[in-house]
Design a protein. Structure first.
Length: 119
């Protein structure tokens, strides 16, 4: 289940990044058109509409740069934390109790053996 969720997040992230990149490209082309017309106007005549065209062109290029940065941030992989595991052992409680008893008996025998050797 975690695998499908991870693949779904990756696909969703890439589609979102591609969509934002597409719109950033469109904004960049619009800005490039304004800057080109502004440069043409600057070179042909020195009048006031040039400033407006340069401001609009710079604004569109700036917006496209911001959208490109957002697309880069969005395309980063998301950390997926796996759900906490259920109880580690799903065995019968009677078997767990017997195992604990036997482990205790074995620990007691080992302790007794080491004391006799020391005496």
């Amino acid at each position: 289940m975690l695998l499908f969720r991870t693949i779904g997040y990756a696909i969703e992230r890439r589609i979102r990044a591609a969509t934002l990149s597409f719109f950033a490209g469109i904004l960049f082309l619009v800005g490039l058109g304004f800057l080109t017309s502004a440069l043409w106007m600057v070179l042909s005549t020195w009048q006031d509409p040039l400033f407006a065209a340069q401001v609009l062109g710079s604004g569109f290029v700036g917006l496209s740069a911001i959208v490109f940065l957002i697309a880069k941030i969005v395309s980063r992989p998301r950390r997926v934390v796996p759900p906490p595991a259920a109880h580690a052992s799903q065995t019968d409680p009677l078997i767990q109790m017997l195992e604990g008893f036997l482990l205790g008996m074995d620990a007691g025998r080992r302790t007794r053996r080491t004391r006799r050797r020391e005496d």
